[in-house]
Design a protein around this ligand. Structure first.
Ligand SMILES: C[S@@+](CC[C@H](N)C(=O)[O-])C[C@H]1O[C@@H](n2cnc3c(N)ncnc32)[C@H](O)[C@@H]1O
Length: 281
C-alpha cells in the first residue's frame, strides 16, 4: 500500500539542494520502485521511506554518484527495455546467465529475481564494494541471495583481475544501465572491449542497456569525472571499434529516446537516453 504523504516521481523536478549536481535531499520514489521494496523485502509500507533515507545516507558516503543523489539507485531500469520479457525468458527457460555490469546497489538484480529469474543465474559487477554491501542492507537478503557479485574495476587499471577473468566467455546477457556514459571515449572503448571478453562466444549473446547520449557526440566534465555523451552514430562507431579490436562481429541497434534521464539536461538540451542492443553474430 502506498503512503499518501510520500512524494512520488513527477515531471516537475524537486528543488536541488546544490550539494552536487542532481543531489535531491527529499526522497523521490515512484510507485514501481516502492512496490519492489515492499514486495521483495516484505517490508511494511510505513517503513520504506525511513529505510531508504538510512541506506541513501550511507551510500552517499561510499561515493556521491548522481544515481545516489537523485534516488535513482532504487529505480530499476532493466524492466523498461522493450526486450525485457524475452530477456527474462532466456534466463528462466534456457538457463542463460545475466550480468548487471555497474550494478550499484543491485536494484535491477532484485527486480529480475522478483520477476521470477533464478537468483544463481544473475550476476553483479560493481566498482564500489560498499555499494554491493549496502545492497544487501537495502533489500534485506544478505543471508538468502545466491547471486554472485564481484567488486571490480572493469577498466582493470591496476592490472588483470582474476575474479573478472573467471567470468570471461561465460555471460550470455550483459545488462548495462546508466553506465557507458560514465567514461571518457578512450576508456569507453576499453569498457566495450572488456564487456565483449565477458560475453559468451555463442551467437545471440548480447550487451543491452541504456546510457545518456546527445544529438551531438561530446565529452562533458561532471563532479564525478569525465563523461561521454555518444550520438547514435558515435555509439555505433564505438562498438564497431570494439568488435574489430576483439575480432568479433556485432549487430548494433541503438535508439535515442527523450527518456528517463532528461533530468541530466544540465549537460545540454539535446541530452537523450540511448537504448541499445549489441548482439554477437
Ligand atoms: C551511474 S551509476 C548506475 C548504476 C546502476 N546501473 C543504475 O542504473 O542505477 C554507475 C555505476 O557504475 C559503477 N562504476 C563506475 N566505474 C566503474 C568501473 N570502472 N568498474 C565497475 N563499476 C564502475 C559506479 O560505482 C556506479 O555504481
Amino acid at each position: 500500500m502506498a503512503d499518501a504523504q510520500v512524494p512520488t516521481m513527477s515531471n516537475k523536478l524537486p528543488e536541488t539542494d546544490n550539494l552536487a549536481i542532481g543531489f535531491k535531499k527529499e526522497i523521490i520514489l515512484d510507485q514501481k520502485s516502492r512496490n519492489l521494496i515492499e514486495s521483495y523485502c516484505q517490508m511494511p509500507s510505513d517503513q520504506v521511506v525511513p529505510h531508504l533515507y538510512a541506506v541513501r545516507e550511507k551510500a552517499w558516503k561510499v561515493f556521491p554518484w548522481p544515481c545516489v543523489g537523485m534516488w535513482s539507485f532504487v529505480v530499476p531500469t532493466i524492466n523498461t527495455l522493450p526486450q525485457y520479457s524475452s530477456i527474462i525468458l532466456r534466463v528462466k527457460e534456457k538457463g542463460q546467465r545475466i550480468l548487471d555490469l555497474g550494478c550499484a546497489l543491485g536494484q535491477d538484480v532484485r527486480q529480475m529475481i522478483a520477476d521470477g529469474v533464478p537468483d544463481h543465474l544473475v550476476y553483479g559487477l560493481e566498482l564500489e564494494a560498499g555499494f554491493i554491501d549496502l545492497g544487501y542492507d537495502l533489500f534485506l537478503d544478505r543471508d538468502t541471495l545466491k547471486s554472485e557479485f564481484i567488486s571490480a574495476d572493469v577498466l582493470e587499471k591496476s592490472g588483470p583481475n582474476p575474479k573478472l577473468a573467471a567470468w570471461d566467455g561465460t555471460i550470455d546477457i550483459i545488462y548495462s544501465g546508466r553506465f557507458l556514459h560514465c567514461f571518457g571515449r578512450e576508456d569507453g572503448l576499453v569498457v566495450a572491449m572488456r564487456m565483449t571478453k565477458l560475453l559468451s562466444n555463442r551467437a545471440g549473446s548480447v550487451i543491452v542497456g541504456e546510457c545518456l547520449g546527445g544529438k551531438i557526440d561530446r565529452e562533458v566534465v561532471a563532479p564525478v569525472g569525465k563523461l561521454h555523451l555518444y550520438s547514435v552514430e558515435s555509439f555505433k562507431e564505438l562498438w564497431a571499434q570494439a568488435a574489430e579490436g576483439m575480432g568479433v562481429e556485432f549487430k548494433v541497434d541503438v535508439q535515442a529516446h527523450p527518456g528517463s534521464q532528461a533530468h541530466m539536461a544540465h549537460f545540454g538540451e539535446d541530452v537523450v537516453s540511448l537504448v541499445f542492443w549489441v548482439e554477437r553474430l
